[in-house]
Design a protein around this ligand. Structure first.
Ligand SMILES: [Fe+2]
Length: 395
């Protein structure tokens, strides 16, 4: 058998740990930028997370010259265009995104427009439409989940057509991702748990998907161990900086894994639940993950069994016979899911969310078949298969 071909590409500089924010001005200067635009949302502002960033940039001699704060939970092409206008009106020369997935993806879209010109981001839709570097771009995540600070992708809604648009290009990668423990300290427990399950799903799907490779495997397993160890510590002591940092770093490492190895069935189904039923992305991930693993069990039993090591640690792993490890790994994820339900009320099933009607499931399954993530699932998925996973996740 020939050696399989793969690609791994992860060039984002990561500024992580104590006082990481204070290093951004140096990075801006090294790219000859001095007029950054802040992109954020009202929730981040209200949580007091803009101040430490603004202070760090002012002290570094590169204060924000403008702010775009109107990013909604699900960003859109209109928001992207409005953000680009603020950048141009204020003659900015860099973007600093402070927020979760929506803020980061809005910033990626706005960076396309301010770098390439025009107001229509549709022209750059799909993979590889960008041909040159964009403006200096820095991302400070305030959730430990999306991983968008290190990925080549942006997802932006088109409100006129009611669809989500996907953009992928290496030029969408930020110049640096800043993982500072101060930035996730105040994230509420429910969102902490939901976004952590998103990160856990990124790492898990990267590890079992068709594009897996030995380098992304190393990132995926490191991420899983960090996330499952840090999450209970964070929920027990939300202001524990070390635990918050471990969880945030785990999410970023998971982002590196799936930016190269992609996601699969959980995301293909979850995207539809988000678009149609407006379920939180992380909630979808947490409740679908065990069922998608069961669906893929026959094809990926070795890999799923290997996940028991980062999930439960070496002693527990050694106690379980190798043939029992795949089921034990899935049971470990179920145990985590049940703990999160008991502690913060994270729904365990689709019916528990209260936002999904059972008769919507066939349509959701049909929509998932057109999702790009499905191409990386280790087993082919037809309509009946996607529907059976949703039915199992129902109750
Ligand atoms: Fe995700």
């Amino acid at each position: 058998m020939s050696v399989p071909y793969f690609e791994f590409f992860a060039p984002v500089k990561i500024l992580a740990g104590n006082r990481a924010l204070e290093h951004i001005s140096y990075e801006l200067s090294s790219l000859s930028a001095s007029r950054p635009l802040l992109v954020t949302d009202p929730g981040v502002r209200k949580a007091g997370l803009v101040e430490p960033v603004a202070r760090a940039l002012s002290e570094g001699g590169t204060p924000f010259v403008a702010t775009f704060e109107d990013v909604p939970a699900d960003s859109s092409t209109k928001v992207v265009a409005a953000c680009a206008r603020v950048y141009r009106d204020n003659r900015c020369d860099a973007i600093v995104a402070v927020g979760g997935g929506s803020v980061i993806d809005t910033s990626k879209g706005a960076n396309i427009l301010v770098s390439e010109g025009g107001d229509d981001v549709h022209r750059y839709l799909g993979a590889g439409a960008l041909k040159r570097a964009l403006r200096p771009f820095f991302v400070i995540p305030t959730t430990a989940g999306t991983g968008s600070e290190v990925t080549i992708a942006a997802v932006i809604a088109d409100p006129d057509r009611g669809v989500k648009l996907a953009f992928t290009s290496p030029y969408l990668l930020p110049h640096a991702a800043i993982v500072d423990p101060r930035m996730t300290l105040t994230l509420p427990p429910f969102l902490t748990a939901a976004t952590a399950m998103d990160a856990l799903t990124h790492a898990t799907e990267a590890y079992i998907g068709l594009a897996k490779n030995p380098i992304s495997d190393a990132y995926a397993t490191t991420a899983i161990a960090k996330i499952v160890q840090a999450l209970p510590r964070v929920l027990a002591r939300p202001l524990d900086e070390e635990a918050r940092f471990d969880l945030a770093l785990g999410a970023t490492i998971a982002g590196v894994a799936f930016s190269s190895s992609m996601t699969s069935l959980v995301h293909a189904l979850g995207h539809q639940l988000g678009a149609v039923c407006h379920l939180h992305h992380g909630v979808c991930m947490g409740l679908l993950l065990p069922y998608a693993l069961e669906y893929n069990l026959a094809a990926r039993s070795v890999e799923i069994g290997e996940l028991l090591l980062p999930l439960e640690g070496p002693e527990a792993y050694a106690r379980v016979m190798s043939g029992d490890r795949p089921r034990a790994a899935i049971a470990s994820i179920r145990k985590l899911r049940d703990m999160l339900h008991a502690k913060v009320g994270l729904p365990r099933t689709l019916s528990e969310t209260g936002k999904v009607q059972r008769d919507q499931l066939p349509r959701l399954a049909k929509m998932a078949l057109d999702d790009g993530a499905l191409a990386f699932n280790p087993v082919a998925v037809g309509h009946a298969d996607a529907l059976s996973v949703l039915e199992r996740a129902w109750a």
